[in-house]
Write a protein that binds this ligand. Structure first.
Ligand code: GDD
Ligand code: MN
Length: 358
C-alpha cells in the first residue's frame, strides 16, 4: 500500500474539478493505495474555491491558490513541493486524462518496480482521436524534436507518476521549465532507470477550452534547446549555432535577390546588404536564443565584436577554400564546404569565448 499525492494544475476548471475528484477517490477506494489531491489554481476566481470547499467535506482535498505566480509548469512544481506521498502524480483537471488510470500507475511503481510511469497516447491501445489534423501534425513534429532527449513515445504528456524518493532537493534545484512540458523536464533531469508507459485515450476536455497557445509552442522550442544543452552540453550549443548560421544563408540570399532584382541596385551594393542583413539576424538569434542564458552585454559593442569575429571567420573560410582548391586540387564545392566548416569553428569560438562569453 502506497500513499499517493496527486497534483492537479488548474486554471478556470471549477466545473471539471468536482467530477475529477469524485472519480479519483472512487478509483482509489477500491485499490490498496491511499491518495490525496492537491489542486494548484492560479486565482481563477470562477468558483473553484467554493467547489473545493464543498469537496473538502467528503475528501482530503487541498487547494493552493497562487496569486503572484502563473503558468502550468510552475503550478505543478508548487504542487509537488506540497506533496508528501510515496508516489507523486501529475494530471490535468479537465478529464482528458482518465482518472482511473492513476491506480494502474501506482501498481506499476509499487508492485513492479517502475520508477516513472507515463500515460502515453502513442503506445498500442492509446489514442487522441479528438485531435484535428493541425494538432496531430504539430504533435508529430514536437515528438520528433524531443526524440534524442528521452526514450518516450509521448514527450508532450501531462499525465505521469513517479517514485517520490527520486524527487530530491538536488533535482528540484536543477528544474527550470520554460513552457508546458514539465514531464519531459523531470524525465531528462531525473534520469529514472525503469520508465514504463501505459496507454491512455486522451479525451476531449469536459468543460471549457484549451489554454495551449502559440506562445507555448515557441516556449517549447526554447525549452527543448535548454534540455539539449543540459544533456549534450557544448555540442548542442554548437549545433544550434550552426543552424542559426544556416538560417543566415537564407536571409542573405533573400536580401540579395530583393535588392538586385526588385530594387534594381548594382550587385556590389546588394551583396553588402545581404552580408550585413544576415550578420544582423544571426547576431540577434544568437544573442536571444543560442546564448540566451549568458549575461547580456551592451548590445552595440557585442554587435561590433560579433561582426569582427565573423569577418575573421570569413577570412579563414576564404583562405581554406583557396588552399584546398588550388593547393590540394579539391573540387571547388568541396573546397568551399571545407572553408565553411573552418569559418564556422572560428565564428563559434569567437562567439562563445568573446562576444557572448559567460
Ligand atoms: N495553475 C495553472 N496555471 N494551471 C494551468 C495553467 C496555468 O497557467 N494553464 C493550464 N493549466 C491547467 C489547465 O487547467 C488543465 O488542467 C491543464 O493545465 C492542461 O491545460 P489545457 O488547457 O487543458 O491544455 P491542453 O489540453 O491543450 O494540453 C494538454 O495536452 C497536451 C498534449 O497535447 C496538457 O496535458 C499538456 O500538458 C499536454 O502537453
Ligand atoms: Mn486539456
Amino acid at each position: 500500500m502506497a500513499s499517493v499525492s496527486i497534483v492537479v494544475p488548474a486554471y478556470k476548471e471549477a466545473q471539471n474539478i468536482p467530477v475529477l475528484v469524485e472519480r479519483l477517490y472512487t478509483a482509489f477506494d477500491s485499490s490498496d493505495h491511499s491518495c490525496s489531491v492537491i489542486i494548484v489554481d492560479d486565482d481563477s476566481m470562477d468558483g473553484t474555491v467554493e467547489a473545493v470547499s464543498r469537496l473538502k467535506k467528503k475528501y482530503p482535498v487541498q487547494l493552493h491558490v497562487r496569486t503572484r505566480e502563473r503558468g502550468l509548469s510552475s503550478a505543478v512544481l508548487a504542487g509537488f513541493a506540497l506533496s508528501k506521498g510515496d508516489i507523486f502524480i501529475c494530471m490535468d483537471a479537465d478529464l482528458s486524462h482518465p482518472p482511473e488510470k492513476t491506480v494502474e500507475m501506482c501498481d506499476l511503481i509499487e508492485k513492479e518496480g517502475a520508477d516513472f510511469v507515463i500515460g502515453s497516447r502513442n503506445v498500442a491501445g492509446g489514442s487522441a482521436d479528438s485531435f484535428n489534423l493541425y494538432r496531430k501534425l504539430n504533435a508529430f513534429v514536437s515528438r520528433m524534436l524531443a526524440r534524442p532527449l528521452a526514450k518516450t513515445s509521448d514527450p508532450m504528456a501531462g499525465f505521469f507518476a513517479f517514485r517520490s524518493s527520486l524527487y530530491t532537493d538536488q533535482l528540484v534545484s536543477m528544474l527550470n521549465p520554460v513552457g508546458w512540458k514539465i514531464c519531459l523536464e523531470i524525465l531528462v533531469k531525473m534520469k529514472p532507470e525503469n520508465v514504463r508507459e501505459i496507454p491512455i485515450v486522451f479525451a476531449e476536455r469536459l468543460y471549457g477550452e484549451s489554454k495551449l497557445s502559440l506562445k507555448e509552442q515557441i516556449n517549447y522550442l526554447v525549452h527543448l534547446k535548454r534540455l539539449y544543452y543540459h544533456k549534450f552540453k557544448g555540442l548542442a550549443r554548437f549545433m544550434v549555432f550552426s543552424v542559426v548560421g544556416a538560417s543566415g544563408i537564407v536571409v542573405d540570399l533573400t536580401i540579395v535577390f530583393v535588392v538586385t532584382d526588385i530594387a534594381g541596385a548594382p550587385f556590389k551594393y546588394s551583396r553588402i546588404a545581404g552580408i550585413a542583413g544576415a550578420m544582423t539576424t544571426n547576431f540577434i538569434l544568437n544573442r536571444y536564443f543560442t546564448f540566451e542564458e549568458r549575461p547580456a552585454r551592451n548590445i552595440f559593442t557585442s554587435y561590433v565584436s560579433f561582426a569582427l569575429v565573423c569577418s575573421l571567420g570569413a577570412a579563414l573560410n576564404w583562405y581554406v577554400s583557396m588552399k584546398m582548391h588550388s593547393g590540394f586540387g579539391m573540387h571547388y564545392i568541396i573546397a568551399s564546404l571545407t572553408g565553411i566548416v573552418a569559418g564556422t569553428f572560428v565564428n563559434y569560438a569567437g562567439s562563445t569565448l568573446l562576444v557572448f562569453r559567460k
